[in-house]
Design a protein around this ligand. Structure first.
Ligand code: COA
Ligand code: AMP
Length: 632
């Protein structure tokens, strides 16, 4: 099939508002928009101004009314609890309406915030949809974050209610959520008026009298609540993501633009049809989970697999193929790191060949750079297209992709292909001038961004402008660097800030440095992302101790590793820390983190002209060898 990509991209470029107005016809509105795009107050843009809709209605009730009531909406497959449960659109409607009623009963009204801190269980999605049903704004917090991170989010979002569960299951251990939740509420200045806790059989939680409610009891006592129309421009959710400091950014998503963009993406990017089974093997706590485990497949009337497990070890590296065969899954979306994990355990694909993958059409990868080795291995084993695509929490849906639904373009390994219709992507130099094809620069998106992208940061318009819009006037700064080749294919090579990508999880090294600096023995520190065969990158910490500290260095490093795990969470994968006498700096005092990372990776690096004392780099190399980095 020849690709329609060029024509569709040109149609969007020719008249963006007409393009999105047409896409919006796929959505149920209770009031149509006055304007497709309200651009009266740049750099703030609002899509479908004046329109009213309900996200939950479009995800659930609408499909029941259209005759999909008996079809699976969510297929919960949990190898860690040995459970498989299919939830039909009718079941989902009943549970979501009841959950919405439960929230109402606890005083939650339109515009109020609700924090959801839950593992990968259907109730997590039910809670999100219930908030959307009554116009409440949800803030889902990933379970692998520590109490302190949860506390920061509670203080920023100021939730009326928190929904949680007694525990999560990680391979080999039960993670008690309730002590983390209690700790977070104790630390936070803002206190929710109620918490509702789902008691899982693996570990029950103690409920605080007066504040905590049992999920099952509260659901049983609740009256189902109907959906209510909200403004297309009202916030649907806040999703916190790493910024350049320990204070996360609250990315806001609206209702209308999000509905339109995500619905459009399911067919045109992912080529999935209503009624088909789709699987995004991520976590609901991340943007991929919000958009492609919960919202987009449901907007589309597809069945979405909600998987509580890992690509390996639950029970083995064949689990992805078992799930695909068992549920007749048409397409899978995951992070390259998951495939690196599978490849390591099953390099010859022996496990893969045990399963019937005849229904499976396409593998999509995102979340980190898809290294050509991994893509080639996946292509070789699966004999299906492997599609890399690039996006961010901020955009909520792909910026660049090979839009399979429009007819795939030739794949170039290492490239997520071209800008998706809706995005005008440029590569620029520091002065915001476009660079020549093939030359590396900062990747920016011309404003306005398409529907679905963040309209601002939660109650932080100034931070929104300062973080994304100030440096390149008229453009959104992606903070990714890369280049475009002669054919217009994009290559996303690295971040321009301190964000590192660990097993597809976005983390701030600055945030980790803040934690290390809080240790009483630490005078100065640097955290650097170094290459890791499985996780893509892992953080390595370098600390300089205060004068006179003579405690055992191993003990101090252990304390520091424990501190990051305790304050940020296990997901940071901060396991390596080393004490050095000095940190390499420029003459103006800037720590040379990039050079340290390059030394660790064994990559080629140039002696920075501005370094104040080159000898320090030998000391850093020595320290890296001491913690197992051969490149050092
Ligand atoms: N609750 C509590 N702890 C959690 C958690 C959660 N929801 N999720 C992860 N953790 C913990 C893990 O148990 C692990 O702890 P440990 O240090 O005690 O082993 C740590 O956080 C790191 O977890 P993870 O990143 O999952 O690494 P892993 O070594 O357990 O597994 C992979 C490696 C590659 C198998 C795994 O990272 C993976 O499946 N990645 C896919 C990533 C993904 O879906 N990204 C989303 C973007 S598409
Ligand atoms: P997150 O906000 O967690 O989705 O992380 C977004 C960041 O992950 C991007 O800014 C990129 O740095 C990186 N990323 C995501 N997808 C890709 C991809 N396909 N190729 C390269 N980097 C990617």
């Amino acid at each position: 099939m020849t690709s329609r990509y060029d024509d569709v991209y040109a149609a969007w470029r020719n008249d963006p508002q007409a393009f999105w107005a047409e896409a919006a016809e796929e959505i149920h509105w209770t009031r149509r928009w006055d304007r497709v795009l309200d651009n009266d107050r740049p750099p703030f843009y609002r899509w479908f101004a004046g329109a009213e809709t309900n996200t939950c209605y479009n995800a659930v009730d609408r499909h029941v009314e259209a005759g999909r009531g008996e079809q699976a909406a969510i297929i919960y497959d949990s190898p860690v609890t040995d459970t498989i449960r299919s939830i039909s659109y009718s079941d989902l409607q009943a549970q979501v309406a009841r959950c919405a009623g439960m929230l109402r009963g606890l005083g939650v009204e339109r515009g109020d915030r609700v924090i959801i801190y839950m593992p990968m269980i259907p109730e997590n999605a039910i809670a999100m949809l219930a908030c959307a049903r009554i116009g409440a704004v949800h803030g889902v917090v990933f379970g692998g974050f520590a109490a302190n991170e949860l506390a920061t989010r509670i203080d920023d979002a100021k939730p009326k209610v928190i929904l949680s569960a007694s525990c999560g299951i990680e391979p080999g251990r039960v993670v008690a959520y309730k002590p983390l939740l209690d700790g977070a509420i104790e630390t936070a200045s803002h206190k929710p008026s109620a918490c509702v806790i789902l008691q899982r059989p693996m570990e029950a939680a103690e409920l605080a009298v007066g504040r905590d409610h049992d999920w099952d009891e509260a659901m049983a006592a609740a009256q189902p609540a109907d959906w209510l129309p909200v403004a297309a421009t009202d916030p649907l959710y806040i999703l916190y993501t790493s910024g350049t400091t320990g204070i996360p950014k609250g990315v806001v998503r609206d209702n209308g633009g999000h509905l339109v963009a995500l619905k459009w993406s399911m067919k045109n990017i992912y080529d999935v049809d209503p009624g088909e089974v789709w699987w995004a093997a991520s976590d609901i706590g991340w943007v991929v989970g919000h958009s492609y485990i919960v919202y987009a497949p449901l907007f589309h009337g597809a069945a979405s697999i909600l998987f509580e497990g890992k690509p390996v070890g639950t029970p083995d590296a064949g689990v992805f193929w078992r799930v695909i065969e068992q549920h007749k899954c048409a397409a899978l979306f995951t992070a390259p790191t998951a495939f690196r994990a599978i490849k390591k355990e099953d390099p010859d694909g022996d496990l893969l060949r045990k399963y019937d993958l005849s229904n499976f059409r396409t593998l999509f990868l995102a979340g980190e750079r898809a290294d050509p080795d991994t893509i080639q291995w996946a292509e070789g084993q699966l004999d299906k297209p492997v599609i890399d695509h690039w996006w961010q929490t901020e955009t909520g849906w792909p910026i660049a992709a090979n839009c399979v639904g429009l007819g795939a373009l030739p794949v170039k390994h290492g490239s997520p292909t071209k800008a998706v219709p809706g995005y005008d992507v440029r590569v620029v130099d520091d002065g915001c001038n476009e660079v020549a094809r093939g030359e590396t620069g900062a990747i920016v998106i011309k404003l306005p961004m398409p529907p679905g992208c963040l309209p601002t940061l939660w109650q932080a318009d100034d931070r929104y402008i300062e973080s994304y819009l100030e440096e390149f006037p008229g453009y959104y700064k992606t903070a990714d660097a890369g280049f475009q080749d002669e054919d217009g294919y994009l290559y996303i090579m690295s971040r321009t800030d301190d964000i590192i990508n660990v097993a597809g999880h976005r983390l701030s090294t600055g945030g980790m440095e803040e934690v290390l600096a809080g240790h009483p023995d630490v005078a100065e520190c640097a955290v650097v992302g170094v290459a890791d065969q499985l996780k893509g990158q892992v953080p390595v910490g370098f600390v300089v101790l205060k004068a006179g500290v003579d405690r055992d260095l191993g003990t101090i490093c252990q304390e520091l590793v424990g501190k990051v795990r305790g304050e940020i969470g296990p997901v940071a994968a901060f396991k390596t820390c080393t004490v050095v006498a000095r940190l390499p700096k420029t003459r103006s005092g800037k720590i040379l983190r990039g050079t340290m990372g390059a030394i660790a990776d064994g990559a080629e690096w140039k002696m920075p002209a501005t370094i104040d004392d080159p000898v320090i780099l030998d000391e850093i190399a020595e320290a890296l060898r001491g913690v197992g980095y051969a490149g050092g």
